[in-house]
Write a protein that binds this ligand. Sequence first.
Ligand SMILES: [Zn+2]
Length: 270
Amino acid sequence: MPTLSTLATAAVIASVISGVVWRAGALTASGAIAALIVGAAAVAAGPAWGAFLICWFVSASLLSHVGRATKARHVVGVIAKPGARDARQVFANGLAFASCAIAAVFSPDPRIAVAAAGALAAAGADNTWATEFGTWRRADAWSLRTGRWVPAGTSGAVSTWGTLAMFAGALAYASLSLGLGLVAASAWLAVFAGGVVGATIDSLIGAWWQERRWCNHCDSGTEQQIHHCGTTTRLIGGRATIDNDLVNFAATVAGAAVAFGVAVSLLRTR
Ligand SMILES: [Zn+2]
């Protein structure tokens, strides 16, 4: 069981960091509160957890700043919520990790940390590495569902650059989790597998079930409810309630489950 001072320290560290990020404009107020909850859970679980979450967040922020102006021009009408992250987006990426962190506070099972790293590896490999690089390079993306070429940044579409970046991202986060001591060397492969499978599932759900919308005014596809031009968009495919945040959340749960499953079998064969 964690001591009261551990929990208090966790709350203070998480408050300071989410406050700074909120002031920098990367989070909305609700996003900052969500980040505070995820951050406090991580710090309470242990220093390696907190360090992993901070490195993950910094890498995501840095990558999203790469060629920001160029990228913004490429995706302004496509991606659902450019700009500051709200609570839904923060939890979409961080809830599975935070749940594992809370479980780790009460259980010493090392496979919980492997699952947590798998969740963030999946979120990072897909949303950060694949999307940011694919969009920045303005790589032509290929829709998994229709087999057609679609604009960079479209959900459920893959590009060569994006796919390479996804593998590189999973590799980076698996190595980071090992380097920070969050997981043992024997579990590295489990985190990598969780990252790759989770990110792939993100693309597959994004392709088949995520809602697809259309702006009549601009005559173009989008994920935005209200298009950047101000027009209310209409649903043209997918399921109305399945938005990008829900797809991201599913990907992190899949990443955690796969990482945990691989960790179980790796430990069994040793
Ligand atoms: Zn429009």
